[in-house]
Design a binder for this molecule. Sequence first.
Ligand SMILES: NC(=O)c1ccc[n+]([C@@H]2O[C@H](COP(=O)([O-])OP(=O)(O)OC[C@H]3O[C@@H](n4cnc5c(N)ncnc54)[C@H](O)[C@@H]3O)[C@@H](O)[C@H]2O)c1
Length: 248
Amino acid sequence: MPRDAREPLAGQAIFVTGAARGIGAAAARRLAADGAVVGLADVLDCNDTLASIREAGGTARAWTLDISDRDACMRVIGEAITDFGRLDALVCNAGVCPPGSVAGDWIQWHRVIDINLHGTQHCVAAAWEPMSAQGAGNIVIVTSMAWYQGGVIVGTEYSASKAALVGMTRHIARNGGPLGIRCNAVAPGFIDTDMTADFPRGELDLIPLRRRGTPEDVAGPIGFLCGPDSAYMTGCVLNVTGGIVLAA
Ligand SMILES: NC(=O)c1ccc[n+]([C@@H]2O[C@H](COP(=O)([O-])OP(=O)(O)OC[C@H]3O[C@@H](n4cnc5c(N)ncnc54)[C@H](O)[C@@H]3O)[C@@H](O)[C@H]2O)c1
């Protein structure tokens, strides 16, 4: 397929979870600007993201979806595939990060694992057969630097869920490759979103680039992983941390 530098994702249909705000909203806008038709899903309404994509001339449709509900993931992603006629990429971005501790709350442990890990798997499961039948597909999973760095403010369950997503990424890459399905992950550091609004701001000395990231800083690597320039990459984790990995 010839590469269009202005719209590298032209002709692609991409589904993004957690698209109401933050990294997911920025990724959805970026993917639409790069020419993809984008499915937006979130427990919150995605009206602002949808409006901004349409105002910029892009094409998108939104669904309300709780990714911890497996049946709902199957139904909604199935509807998106019917609507778009295919599914080229799935961006598993939705997640939660309540403050926590090592001997944290057991109910919270289950909630975080249910959303961050099980919810991601529900979405992958919904996309897997259609992508296999197409003989092509691309899955991008949003993990976190907490998977290798341990996480400080976040609960144990958050770091555990994000480490599990890296194992999942590698498993999907290994098994999806022969079917034409790629899978990679991005591991953001400190990104300015609602999720980190209440985090203490003492971390700047740890970041070689000396600033928190923006949602757009993560949207770029997600767009790259969805696009043709990463065609020979699978099973990778891209750190998007302003260099924290160097300082750890
Ligand atoms: N902000 C950071 O510093 C940072 C760092 C590392 C990783 N991440 C990861 O990036 C992803 C996006 O986070 P963000 O910073 O944009 O946070 P955010 O809170 O702004 O956005 C997360 C989105 O996920 C949605 N969501 C939560 N639970 C859901 C569910 N059950 N079903 C569907 N949607 C749900 C929320 O409604 C929200 O719109 C998350 O997976 C997060 O763990 C963020």
